[in-house]
Design a protein around this ligand. Sequence first.
Ligand SMILES: Cc1ncc(COP(=O)(O)O)c(C=O)c1O
Length: 402
Amino acid sequence: MRRIYMDANATTPLLPPVLDAMRPFWSQEFGNASSIHQRGQHARAAVDRARESVAALLNCRAAEIVFTSGGTESDNMALFGTLAPGDHLITTGIEHHAVLHAAQELETRGVDVTFLPCTCEGLIELAALRSALRPNTRLVSVMLANNETGVIQPVRDLADAAHAAGALFHTDAIQAAGKLPLDVKTLGCDLLSISGHKMYAPQGTGALFVRRNVRLKSMFFGGLHERGRRPGTENVAGIVGLGKAAELARMWLAEDSTRSEASTSDSPHSLAALRDRLEQGILAAVEEAGINGDPAPRVANTSNLYFDHVEAEALVIALDLKGLAVSGGSACQSGATEPSHVLTAMGLSEPRARASVRFSLSRLTTVDEVDAALKLVPAAVARLRELSPRSSQALNQLATSN
Ligand SMILES: Cc1ncc(COP(=O)(O)O)c(C=O)c1O
């Protein structure tokens, strides 16, 4: 059976050039980057090169990059590293759990936390931030692109408001990396998180940008790695992979901007054009369906669609049985029975939130795959709707008939 992957926001495929760059560091180049002999020096040089590549993607100094074990650690480091009891943190109700749960934990440790609401399109309003700012607000953390809907927040304006009130600004840019320019100067942020496995590098790699002069307490204690900000022997191969992925991301962003400058009608192979083809095709074929987050600006690869009277979980399984991998809500929540906190914060009814499925395309998605999905999705939705309004029953029938 042909397998089509449309769940790139859960994790992206590891690209061959990234794997090729990493491979030597799992074999002959196995040195510890802290060792002073030649093998150590090779490892150190590779880490330094990767740091330069990530810094180039973010338009910052290499010394402002801290390598981490992934997005969750980067987000936790930004929050726990800057906040102390008595401080005030402002974040939003639509953050990934890596920020949301960290904020809730900080609350139990004496940090005041305000969770900003969003509009029905999933946007955080500047006025809401302004009215929540207090003299003791130490940090504002608002994600750049939402992992479930792809909605892009007006980070620059929010960062300016935070700075005007004397607060630091962190953005979780994990779902924006490789999709949007991540120039920290243009974005105006003091801290920015990225994760390797959302940008074609391996799982378990990530980085936090920490602007010079921002004091960050270390969460761990050990050696002086990463300028004392993150002790622990570096994951050299993973860091090299992240560096290579950052180079690829820069190349794609340059291509994307040339493409949009050069033509009024996007190339059929651009991510945005593929996503639009997918959305338009599905919405033309399926009634009582729509786009969550529309018409807010969204990253080009993400499409969160609701199909009324269908349980997302049943649809995800039905599509998987036909070879199409998509996701209902965020992957980290799968198995949980609660509807998505992002969609409910946007004001979706519980049934509609439970009827929402995320399609997230990767740089490897082809027109052919989109066209195949355009056959599979309407058929699966129609079948589920036909079988029963209760998708759990529908699912049983589907599983036995496949
Ligand atoms: C927006 C966002 N933040 C944080 C994370 C956590 O990143 P990681 O899986 O690298 O820990 C994810 C992962 O889905 C994410 O989408």
